[in-house]
Design a protein around this ligand. Sequence first.
Ligand code: BGC
Length: 588
Amino acid sequence: MQVSRRRRRLALTSVAVGALAATGLTFASANQALAEEGCEVDYNVVSTWGGGFQANVVITADEAINGWEVKWDFPSGTKVSNAWNVGWTQSGTGFTGKDVGWNASIGSGQSREVFGFIGSGSSATPGRFTVNGDVCNGPTEPPTSTTPTDGPTTGDPGGGGDKVDNPYRDAQVYVNPQWSARAAAEPGGDAVADEPTGVWLDRTSAIYGNSSPTTGSMGLEDHLDEALEQGADVVQIVIYNLPGRDCAALASNGELGQTEIAEYKSEYIDPIVEIQGQAKYADLRIVNVIEIDSLPNLVTNVTPRATAVPNCDVMKNNGNYVDGVSYAASELGALPNTYNYIDAGHHGWIGWGDTNPQYDNFFAAAELFGSLIGENGMTADDVHGFISNTANYSALEEPYWAVNQNVGGQALNQNPNLPWVDWNDFNNEKDFTEAMREELIDNGFNEDIGMLIDTSRNGWGGDYRPTGTSTSTNPVTFVDESRIDQRYQKGNWCNQAGAGLGERPQADPEPWIDAYVWIKPPGESDGASEEIPNNEGKGFDEMCDPDYDGNIRNGNNPSGARDNMPLSGHWSSEQFAELLENAYPPVN
Ligand code: BGC
C-alpha cells in the first residue's frame, strides 16, 4: 500500500475534463452533461448481406487528439473478420481498435472516418463506445442517471440473467465456522463471533482444504455446503492468488511466480468456477472479492513514480494482473449466481485525483479498471461492483472535519504543509467510494454497480478517539486533534496498533453502497512482525515491524504495526482483543 505526493489539485467535479487534458486526452464522459461535448463515435453500417456486414467508424473530437483507442462490446456472436486502417483485437464480445500512426490525429471539433471492417453476426450498433478510456456518446445514449437503483432485481443484466441488484439486501450472510470458533474462544469474542467474514482462497490448496492455520481444513465446497446448512443466502469468497501477488510488499507474496498465469487460470480459477457452478449451489449468491491490491499497485507503484517497486513494474509490463483479474471476473461472472466485486484500494491510496498524471491515482485507477472490459471476454455485466479498504484501516467517515475545510486561512487539502492530508481529495471511504463509483461508470461499468467497504478494522474507537472538532487554528494540530484515524500515515497497512472493529456487516448503508462487509477476518494478522520461516510463500515485510521507520510509500513514517504478530492470515489473540476493545461502534 502506498500513497503518492501531489502538488496541485482540482475539485473533483471539475477534474474530469482537466485531468484528461493533461494526459493528452480530451474526452469528457457520457454520463455527465458535459460528456456530450467531448467525443462521439459513429458506427456506420454501409452494407449487409446474409450473415455479414461492412461498417466504418467515425470519431468526432471536441479538442484535438493525437492517438486514439476505441472500444466497444458487440452484440454476442458478432465477430470481426477483417479490418483496415486500424490495429485491432477482439476478445469475446469486446473490440479494441487503435490508430495506425498516420490516422492518429483528429483536429479540434473535427470528425474523421478512422477505419472500416467486415463483421459477421449482428450488425446492430453497440450501446456504448469509449475512446482512450473515456465513455463518449455512442449512437445509443447511455442512461443519464447515475443514481443507484433502489428496488430489488432492477436492471442488472448480469451474466446469468436474473442476478439481483444488491446480493446483500435482505440476505443472511454465511458465517465461517472456523473464524467464528476462533473468535468465540477469545474473551468477549462471543459478541461478534456470529458475524460473516470472508473466506480467503489464498492458494490453490485452499480450494480443497489444506489444514493450514490460515485457511483451516475446509475447502471451498465444504464452505458452500456449510452455507446451505446454515440456510445462508450469500457467501463471501476472496479470490487471491495472482501470479507475482502483492508486488509492492512481501508479507502476502503468493505461491505463483510472476509468469505463472497459465497455472493461475487452469489450476486455480477454473476449479473454483467449476465448484461454484454446481447445481446444488444455484440458490446461493456467491460474492467473489477479486484480487486485493493488485491493480492499484499498477497505478502507483510503477515507473516513473518515485514509489516504484521493481516487482510491480514486472507485473505491469507482463500484463498478468490484468490478464488474471479479467479472466477471473469473466469466468466467474458467467455463472448465474455469482457477484464479482473488484478491489479498488482505498482513499488513502487511490484518493488523489490530479491534472498531472504523475500525481493522479484516482482517474488513472478508474481508467485501468475500465480497460479490463473486453479483456478475456470480460464484459461490464461481469462486474457487480468494487470494494474498498479490504484488509485496510481507512475510516468510513471522519465525523469532525472535512478535507476541504478552511483552517488557518487555507483549505486543508490545499495546504502543502499538512502531511496527514497531503492534497488528498478525500478523508474517508464513504466519500471515496461514492466518487469512485461515478468514475467507474464513466469508464464503462454499469450504472447499477454497487460498492462494498471492508469495515472489519476501521472503527478507531477507544480512548484516543476524539469526541469533537479541534478548536486549533493551526492546520496540523487541528487535523491531529480532530481525526479519528490514529495512524501515523495512511500508507500504513500492517497490523495497525490502536485499531478497532468497524461497523458491523450490514446491507444498504448508503444508496451507493451494497454493504459494509468484514472481508478481512478480524484477528488474522497482516504479516509477521519479524522474519518467520514458513512454507506458505509469506515473506517478511518491514512495514510489519514496529521498529521500522518507513519508506517513501508511507512518507517515511513509523510503521505503526503491532509487535509479536504471526504470519499473515494467522491468528493473534492480542490483536483480536485490541480490535474488540477499540471497536466503534462499541461492542456491547
Ligand atoms: C493473507 C492470507 C489470509 C488473509 C486473511 C492475507 O493477508 O496473505 O493468507 O488468508 O490475509 O487473513
